[in-house]
Design a protein around this ligand. Structure first.
Ligand SMILES: [Fe+2]
Length: 400
């Protein structure tokens, strides 16, 4: 995150005496990546951010979720609509798939979370439906459907559900936990970190956490995910006591509707949709856009086999009638693993060409794709929401 921001009140020089009203000094906290060699922010707390009074081990149910290899090899289709679990955004996560680089979970939020700090990596929370409020030491973000909220490793934060929809639903979200940092693709940035003109989004599209945000409290528990598991650290004072911060490291939101799609005359491959990159994975946003416009174009994906990748796709909006016969609809997640060639259902190309001849010029599908460069392992929870017929949908269609 290379974009320098200032929030709240800070002194003119770093590491100088910053007086609190009524006496005493504000306490500095430098949050920095890669030792002191990458992005950082400097926060000013009313109370020392070091003052803990208790440390207790916690059971780690989600962390212990058993993930099994995709064996025998199959393309998969999971229906998140069939996942019945609810909870808060942190402990209500229902892990679906993952590996040593990434874990992906689905959550139906119906309660506020406690304070949480993930010290194993960055998180990207994609809000599928409803709304959520993210609160952190950096300030708050009001997140709505379509937002990716990027939470840097080590950020003390909590998630509050937004107002309930008529059916009682507060929010659903896909949670991506990385074993490292989630960043803007390097090719979108200048040498010094400014978004370039060819990038599909830019600084103006990012909504940083805005503060200050204060909360009162003594003996405040913060659950920390660390390499050995979960620990609850009890802080002497509430960590939300930051009067100001500056730097290039902070949580922010980016809405998928602000992604500017890049279109070619003939079909463009998924790298044009890339939105973020993480260690051994990429996140892409497929957004409504004009269909490829060559009169002879085939405007849907060609069969392809990314031999080094497993491809997960979360279908979040639009009309999926073009995928008739596959069972895919809004809320579906597909997994097309390395070792399997995937593409349109037989008959889909002809159908979209007929649509173009009848005047169709756009596609309105929205999807979030995550390609991993190591195989994805699958959870029992995912198996419970699996459509067992999906793997055969291409074969069935080709036999008519
Ligand atoms: Fe693909």
């Amino acid at each position: 995150m290379p974009y320098y921001r200032v929030s709240g009140e800070i002194p003119r020089k770093r590491h100088t005496r910053f007086q609190r009203p009524g006496g005493g000094l504000y306490a500095e906290e430098l949050m920095g990546e890669e030792g002191f060699s990458s992005d950082s922010s400097l926060l000013y707390h009313v109370n020392p951010p070091t003052a803990i009074v208790k440390s207790e081990a916690m059971a780690d149910l989600a962390g212990e979720t058993r993930l099994a290899a995709n064996h025998p090899l199959l393309p998969r289709h999971y229906r998140t609509q069939d996942l019945t679990g609810t909870g808060d955004l942190v402990f209500g996560r229902q892990p679906l798939m993952g590996n040593d680089d990434i874990r992906m979970s689905f959550v139906t939020v119906n309660a506020p979370s406690g304070l949480y700090r993930n010290s194993t990596g960055d998180e990207a929370v994609y809000v599928h439906a409803g709304s959520l409020r993210f609160e952190s030491v950096y300030g708050a973000i009001d997140a709505v459907a379509g937002d990716y909220v990027i939470v840097p490793r080590g950020t003390v934060h909590r998630w509050l559900p937004g107002p309930a929809a008529p059916a009682g639903l507060h929010a659903t979200a896909l949670v991506i936990e990385a074993n490292g940092h989630i960043r803007t693709p390097k090719r979108y940035l200048s040498q010094t970190g400014q978004f370039l003109e060819h990038a599909p989004y830019c600084e103006r599209d990012l909504r940083p956490a805005a503060g200050p945000l204060f909360a009162e409290g003594e003996d405040v528990p913060v659950t920390v995910r660390h390499r050995a598991g979960l620990t609850t650290l009890t802080y002497a004072r509430h960590p939300f006591d930051v009067v100001g911060w500056d730097g290039c490291l902070y949580p922010y939101a980016f809405n998928i509707a602000d992604f500017e799609p890049i279109v070619k005359r003939t079909h463009a491959p998924p790298p044009v949709h890339q939105t973020f990159e993480g260690p051994n994975f990429v996140i892409c946003s497929f957004c409504p856009r004009p269909l490829d416009f060559d009169p002879q174009s085939v405007p849907i994906p060609y069969n392809h086999h990314n031999v080094d990748s497993d491809e997960m796709m979360f279908y979040v909006g639009g009309d999926y009638s073009a995928r008739q016969g596959s069972g895919v609809e809004i809320g579906s997640i597909t997994l097309h693993p390395s070792g399997f060639t995937h593409g349109p259902i037989p008959g889909a190309v002809e159908a979209v060409i007929r649509g173009m001849e009848a005047g169709r010029t756009t596609t309105d599908e929205t999807a979030v794709m995550i390609d991993t460069f190591r195989p994805l392992l699958l959870s029992d929870l995912a198996a419970a929401a699996e459509d067992p017929e999906y793997a055969w949908s291409w074969g069935r269609a080709s036999r008519g």
